[in-house]
Design a protein around this ligand. Structure first.
Ligand SMILES: [Zn+2]
Length: 504
């Protein structure tokens, strides 16, 4: 853990914030500029930017100049190459793919071009750069300010060596991790190592990953921890961790026989793009009413109404696609059963429909969620409420493991659908905005149990607030229910089209 450094960076950012606020009302709307500031540096830089929908785009060239990255733009085809440290980053106009060295990274939205200049959707671009970006970004979109603080990586690289009946993995670190900072778990052939306080370069880790010793290796950078996961061919029978000032050593012993569960991990990269089965999941039902509005409206009824409308729209729009529901009547279905049903049916997309509630009667608007470590208070609130459904289940103790933070981290590591889920969540967010005209409460990541269970791109939608008198009335109207269903249907169609184009 590095509480001291973390706290210091936050403090500096908060202090510096004031100096980048030329207009307290936050009305940067017409200036079409983004200000970039660096931690501890009083000078800020202004780069060309514009907002479309709710997405902020910045000029690639000016962004590179402000950050001191060398850049080259091909005037003929509009493509740009940035040098970021030792990496080359290639960006093309109207394209959602970014090449980082040899790796293709997918952004949730494509780049665009204006007056012959290349623009990237900034938040998605920074996500795509991930560990290759040498700063920790903090984007204040409403004020059009990007604050950057230097990343201090403390996990630099790793190596692995096969030994008789096992493997020795060594992470090279610039600090000592205490045993209590390191969590190791084994799940379905994967070995996950979480280092609290760890900071790593996910792109570099990936490029060093395949050594012939593991089937796959992935790494994740979270707010307060780094996670590295290895998929083994052989069954893991034991492991041991030790750490010193220069690194962490993980010894893994495996059995001679091939791991049964590891072999069962499907290698369905191609078919996963083909969205041939869609699962609609109306939240709650039966003895679990969900949220109850002040006029007595039950969330379960609204969720089902919207779900049925969505099913009809999808069947009409996509006649060759299977559209299935986890429930189509007022019955109770457990959270795990919903995921199991979706998996058993070969679902390729999972959409869970809910309505929100808040202690404040003024809270309004829609929001979308995909699997991740929740950061915002709003997302934590939603997870607490939507996950509490397990109290209605016959064996709530079956969810004990889900309460464990590690378990959620592992589930996220195992999910190879985060990018797609984020893309779908953003599409739904945009389309709900256009069709419903209620406030946008954003796209969030959260450890939602119903999403952990479904092995496919999945999102949860909170359509509006039952606790707000105006929105409770809206939720009861056929026109609002239909608008939500249309927004969802349109988003799914867009998502399906995009995903299937990528197969080529
Ligand atoms: Zn709900």
């Amino acid at each position: 853990m590095r509480p001291a450094i973390g706290a210091r960076i936050t403090a500096v950012l908060l202090l510096t914030l004031g100096t980048f606020s030329p207009d307290r009302s936050g009305s940067f709307a017409d200036t079409a500029k983004l200000q970039i500031g660096f931690e501890g540096d009083p000078v800020s830089y202004t780069v060309a930017a514009f907002e479309r929908g709710r997405v902020l785009y910045v000029s690639v060239e000016e962004f590179a100049d402000a950050l001191g990255f060398a850049s080259y733009v091909n005037a003929r085809n509009g493509k740009a190459v940035l040098r970021i440290g030792s990496r080359s980053v290639k960006i093309s106009p109207y394209n959602p793919f970014v090449m980082i060295d040899d790796a293709v990274v997918h952004m949730a939205l494509p780049t665009t071009s204006m007056k012959g200049r290349l623009y990237v959707p900034l938040a998605h671009f920074l996500d795509a750069l991930g560990g290759s970006f040498p700063y920790r970004p903090s984007l204040q979109q409403e004020r059009r300010v990007l604050l950057l603080s230097k990343v201090r990586r403390n996990i630099t690289d790793f190596d692995a060596e096969a030994k008789g009946n096992g493997v020795v993995i060594r992470l090279h670190t610039t600090r000592r991790f205490s045993p209590s900072d390191i969590a190791v778990s084994v799940q379905q052939g994967w070995l996950h190592m979480t280092l609290y306080g760890g900071v790593l370069d996910t792109v570099q880790m990936a490029s060093e990953g395949i050594t012939g010793i593991f089937r796959r290796m992935v790494s994740y950078q979270f707010d307060k921890s780094a996670q590295i996961s290895f998929l083994f061919d052989k069954e893991i029978i034991d492991r041991q961790v030790s750490a010193d000032a220069n690194g962490v050593t993980l010894s893994v012993w495996s059995s001679e026989k091939t791991g049964r569960s590891a072999a069962a991990v499907p290698d369905a990269v191609r078919s996963r793009w083909l969205i041939d089965t869609i699962i609609i999941d109306p939240g709650h039902g039966g003895r679990d009413p969900g949220t109850i509005g002040r006029s007595g409206t039950k969330e379960k009824d609204i969720n089902l109404e919207i779900g049925l409308r969505l099913r009809d729209l999808l069947k009409a729009a996509l006649p060759r696609t299977r559209v299935l529901m986890t429930r189509s009547t007022d019955v109770f279905v457990g959270l795990k059963e919903r995921g199991q049903f979706a998996n058993a049916q070969g679902g390729k997309l999972f959409i869970s429909i809910h309505a929100n509630a808040n202690a404040s009667r003024n809270a309004r608007g829609y929001s979308t969620y995909f699997l991740g470590v929740g950061k915002s208070q709003q997302a934590i609130e939603v997870a607490r409420r939507e996950n509490s459904v397990i109290q209605y289940e016959e064996a709530p103790e079956a969810y004990q493991e889900y309460q464990d933070f590690d378990y959620i981290l592992n589930a996220i590591a195992l999910s190879s659908y985060l990018k797609e889920s984020q893309q779908l969540a953003e599409l739904v967010n945009q389309n709900l905005g256009r069709r419903t005209k209620i406030p946008n409460q954003g796209v969030h990541q959260m450890g939602l149990l119903v999403l952990i269970g479904a092995s496919m791109p999945g999102i949860l939608v909170e359509t509006a607030f039952m606790s707000n008198a105006h929105e409770e009335r809206l939720l009861r109207t056929r026109s609002f229910q239909q608008s939500v269903a249309e927004a969802l249907c349109e988003s799914i169609q867009n998502f399906k089209k995009k995903s299937e184009e990528e197969i080529g």
